[in-house]
Design a protein around this ligand. Sequence first.
Ligand code: ACM
Length: 692
Amino acid sequence: VSDTSRYSRFFFVDSILWALVLLLLATYAAHAQDAGFHNTLMPQPATLTVGSGSLPITSALSLTLNGGKNPLLLDAAARMLRRLEAETAVPLQKNLQAANAVIDVKVEDASATRPAFGIDESYTLDSDSSRVLIHAKTIFGAIYAFETLLQLVEPQGDDFVIPAVHIADAPRFPWRGLLLDPGRHFLSVDEILRTLDGMAAVKLNVLHWHLTEDQGFRIESLRYPKLHQLGSEGQYYTQQQVREIVRYAAARGIRVMPEFDIPGHSTTWFIGYPELASQPGPYEVSHANGVHDAAMNPAREETYRFLDNFFGEMTALFPDEFIHIGGDESNGKHWMANPEIVRFMKEHNLPDTKALQAYFNHRVEPLLKKHNRQMVGWDEILHADLSPDVVVQNWHGIEFLIDGARQGHRGLLSQPFYLDHAYSAGQMYAADPLPAGAGLSDAEAKLILGGEACMWGELVSNENIDSRIWPRSAAVAERFWSPVATRDVEDMYRRLAVMSLRLDALGVTHLSGPQRGLRQIAGSLEGASALEQLQAVLQPVDFHPRQLLQHTSALTPLVRFVDYAQFDPLMQDHLRVLVEEYLHGANATQHTTAGQQLRSIFESWIAVAPALEQLVRNRPLMHEMRTRCEQLPQLGRLGMEAIDDIEAHRVPQPASVKDGQALLAQSEQSSGFTDFVVLPQLKTLVDAAEKP
Ligand code: ACM
C-alpha cells in the first residue's frame, strides 16, 4: 500500500468528516440567527470582533467605576443602568462601586468635565460570558461605550444578553453636529433636551444652536435687553435655561456652539438697536420666510463695540471654543442703498459687497479671538482675505469644502444633510465629507473636521420636528463616526429601523408626535389608525415646492397631514426589499414569504378605503387629502393584481395594463403637499407581471 493511497483514503474519510462538520455548522448558523450576535449597532464601531457566548442580564449584574471618575461619569453610569432596567425589566444594583463587578469601567483621566473640540472619544469594550470591560482615555469615551453597550443588548430565549464582542472604537471625524433653528419657530427646552438625548445615542457631539434670525432673537441678553425683549415676541431662552442646556449637553459629550447670524439674517437685532442697521428702519419681527435685506452696518465703529460687548456676555454662557457668525445670504442691498456705506467702501478700496462682507469678517474675528473663541461661518464667507483660522461650513456643495481646504481652512460638510429637504437617509448616507477622489493632500484632508445635519426651522414645530430629525440623522451620524468603508445602504436601513425604536424609547417624539397629530386630524382612534396607513407611504413635497404651493410663513399653523408625514418613511425601503426578495429571492421560501408580506401590505391599503372615505367626508383637514385617500386602495389593488398575475403566469389584459400605468402616472403628481414613496417599487412589480 503506497503512501499515496493511504493519504487518499484519509482524504476520503476527511471529506466525509468535513461534510458532517459543515452540515453541523450550517445547522448551527441557522440557529445562530436566533441565539448569536445580531449587529444592530448604529453607528458601526471602528472595529468589532464577535466572540462566543453571551452574558445574561440578571439582577446579579453590577458595575464599578474602577479608574478616574467625576460627577458626569457617575451620572452617565447611573443613567445607563436605568435604561438597561427599562429595556429588560431586570432590577439592577445601583451601587457604582460594586466589588467584583460584572461591568468594569476604567477611565484613564477624568479631569475633563466638558467635551472640548478634539478631545479623545475612543473606547474599548470587551464582553464575554462573565464580564464587560470598558476602557477609555476620557469620560466621554466611556459615555459612548455605555451607548454601545445598550445597543448590544438583545433577547435570547427568556433572557436579555450582552453578546461576547471585542470593540475598539473611535470616530472618523471629530466634529459631528446637528443644527437646531429656534429662530424661525421657537423650540421648547424639552425639545432641545430630548434632541440631545437622541444625539448622544448616535454619538453626535455638537449642537449647533442657531439662536438669532429675522424671525426671532431667542436668547436673553442682560447687556442689551432690547434684543430679546423686542426681538422674540416673548419666546426666548433665559440665561438660566441656556446654562441648563449647555450642562445637559456636556454630560452627554456634546459641545454647544451658538450661532449669531450676522451681517444678514439680522432683522431682530435692529428692533431695539436700529443704530446697528444699514437702513433707518423701523424694524419689526419678520414672519416671512426667505432672504431679507436687513443688514448690520459694517461702516460704523459702534457696530464692533456692540458686538464685542455682546460676544463678551455670550462667551460667559457658552464655554465652547467656537462661535458661529453665520455670514450666509447677505445680499448687500441695504449696504448699496446707504450713501455713507458706499463712501466707506470707496475709502477702503472695497470694490463690492463681497469685499465689504470680507472686511466685516476681518473686523469681527479679532473680537472673538479676544474672547478666546474661534470663528465659524457659512461658505459665503470664503474670501482671499479670510483668516486661515476660520472654520468654513459648507452648504452650497462639496466643492466649496474642498476649495476651502485647499485655501487652508478647516471645514464642515452640511450638504446634502439638510433635514428640511426631501433627501432620503440613503442619499445622505452616500455623501461623504471626504469623498474618494477629492484630491486633497493628507494635510488638507485633516482640515475637514466632519459635518452637520441641519434642521432649519421654517416648517417645523415642537410637535413634528423630531420626525424631520429622526431617524435620518442617525444615518448621517454613522457617516461621520464610522470608517469610510461602512457604506452598505441596505444594512444601514436594517439597523435604522432598530435605531428608530431605540430613539422612541429615549423619549424622542418622531413617532409619537405625528401619531398625536393624526389623532387630532382624524378625530378618532380608528380614523388615526387608518391615517397611519397613508402616512407610511407618503412624504412631504420638498421644501421649495411646499413654499410655492402653500406660501408658508412663520404664522402658518403646521398641523396639516403633510406636517405629520415624514421624509423617507421606512416603508419605502421595506417595500423595496420585499419586492426584491419576491422577484429575485435567493430561494423559494424567501420568494413565498415576501409575496405573503406584500399581499398583506396591499390588502391593508385596500381595507382602509371605507375609513379614509369617511374621513374625507367628515374631517375638514382631510379634504386636501381626498386624492391620496382614493389612490391608496387603488394602488393596493394594482399591487395585488400584479402578484396574482405573476403567480398565475398570466399576461395582464392590455386595458388593465393601461389603467395601471395611468394610475401610477396620476399618483406621481403631488397632492395634499405630499408625494408617494412607494411608486418605484409598485412599478417594478407591475413591470415584472407584464413580462412573465
Ligand atoms: C443657509 O442655509 N442659509 C446656511
